[in-house]
Design a protein around this ligand. Structure first.
Ligand code: NAD
Ligand code: TYD
Length: 357
């Protein structure tokens, strides 16, 4: 028998947000055993967790959540008390070229984890035993906004991309397992994250990488789409809070109160990079290139996160200025990490995504 107070499975812990969540839990809760299960796709990288690798309360299992027999076996052997589910295919552009991969991991993989949780937790009483299936999701399930308004927890789902459709489906399954089988679940829907260790297919790290190498900065359409940006460590702290405090069956929105038009954000990154690289101001913005718009491109995401603020006094703690500064410094100081992830398959991906635009 384990001496740990809780035995927690975190899926997708080698990815961008997952690695921050794993790090927070391993360091903050030595009384918990944290098991990170990750397939190590192109987006998963154990180098993201090198600083906690040897921690006594941390274990890594390489595996695929789509493989139900494997997942059932791991659950019955490990008897987890809780699951924090982050494993996913997470990039909208990839979902447009390869939607089935998103159905498999985001929908089927999630249902495999729900089934496995139900099997081991049904044996006892689920409600009074601190069991919890925490599902990490996105604000993209709500669709798109015009210039007014915000997504609340009551906004009807209206996904437009294969990515957001697959995440919406997974959220519905999680709620269905709560409502139908009494599985204790919590869902959080968060806005765009940024910070260290993000794969350079997403806007901010892609721009940092391209500015550094004097490559074009591909801005989709007119660059007028708006996203709400949250520093990844603030997202991890919201997950920590909700994991410990939210009631079973609840849903919370998490956001940064920090809306930016893409073009303004790219210009800001150019300015920061010029300063950090000692280039004359205006050098990097010459790299901005307007390219063909993303198909089905949602215009604006904006989150009303007053519920988590009211219930648990959570608010973002890192300003965008500070968060971007830290993020740029991390990428500039981790050249080897960046070089490694942009070699191999990435080159093929980049050509495929951007040569036609
Ligand atoms: P990511 O792409 O950086 O990481 C995903 C991780 O999941 C990788 O480590 C990958 O190896 C792993 N994985 C993928 N398929 C798997 C499979 N079949 N089995 C096991 N592991 C698998 O993603 P991220 O940006 O860290 O996002 C994590 C979660 O947060 C996702 O569920 C995403 O939908 C959600 N989310 C992301 C954002 C954002 O801005 N990035 C915002 C809100 C919510
Ligand atoms: P992204 O980081 O892919 O996140 P998401 O699509 O989940 O919001 O994109 C953020 C915004 O930036 C989105 O409106 C699309 C846009 N974008 C570009 O203009 N150029 C790019 O090369 C990328 C990757 C994104």
């Amino acid at each position: 028998m384990s001496d740990y107070k809780k035995n927690i499975l975190i899926t997708g812990g080698a990815g961008f947000i997952g690695s921050h969540v794993v790090r927070l839990f391993v360091k903050k809760y030595p009384e918990y055993l944290i098991v990170n299960l990750d397939k190590l796709t192109y987006a998963g990288n154990l180098a993201n967790l090198s600083d906690i690798e040897g921690s006594p309360n941390y274990e890594f299992i390489k595996g695929d959540i789509n493989d139900s027999a494997f997942i059932d076996k791991v659950f019955s052997e490990r008897n987890f008390d809780a699951v924090i589910h982050l494993a996913a295919e997470s990039h909208v552009d990839r979902s447009i070229t390869e939607p089935l991969a998103f159905v498999m991991t985001n929908v089927l993989g999630t249902v495999n984890l729900l089934n496995a949780s139900l099997k081991i937790w049904n044996k006892g009483s689920m409600n009074d035993s601190g069991k919890l299936f925490y599902h990490v999701s996105t604000d993209e399930v709500y669709g798109t906004l015009g210039s007014e308004g915000y997504f609340t927890e009551k906004t009807p789902y209206d996904p437009h991309s294969p990515y957001s459709a697959s995440k919406a489906a997974s959220d519905h399954f999680v709620r269905a397992y709560h409502d139908t089988y009494g599985l204790p679940t919590v869902i959080s829907n968060c806005s765009n994250n940024y910070g260290s260790h993000q794969f350079p297919e997403k806007l901010i790290p892609l721009c940092i990488h391209n500015i550094k190498h004097n490559f074009a900065l591909p801005v989709y359409g007119k660059g007028e789409n708006i996203r709400d940006w949250l520093f990844v460590e603030d997202h991890a702290s919201a997950i920590d809070l909700l994991f410990h405090k939210a009631n079973a069956g609840s849903t919370y929105n998490v956001g940064g109160n920090n809306e930016w038009k893409n073009i303004d954000l790219v210009k800001l990154l150019c300015k920061i990079m010029d300063r950090k690289l000692g280039r004359p101001e205006g050098t990097s913005s010459k790299l901005i290139t307007f390219v063909k718009d993303r198909a089905g491109h949602d215009m604006r995401y904006a989150i009303d996160c007053s519920l988590i603020q009211k219930d648990f006094a959570w608010a973002p703690s890192v300003s965008f200025e500070e968060g971007l500064d830290k993020t740029v410094d991390w990428y500039l100081g981790n050249d080897e990490w960046l070089k490694k992830v942009v070699s191999g398959d990435y080159i093929h991906y980049y050509e495929q995504q951007y040569s036609q635009r």
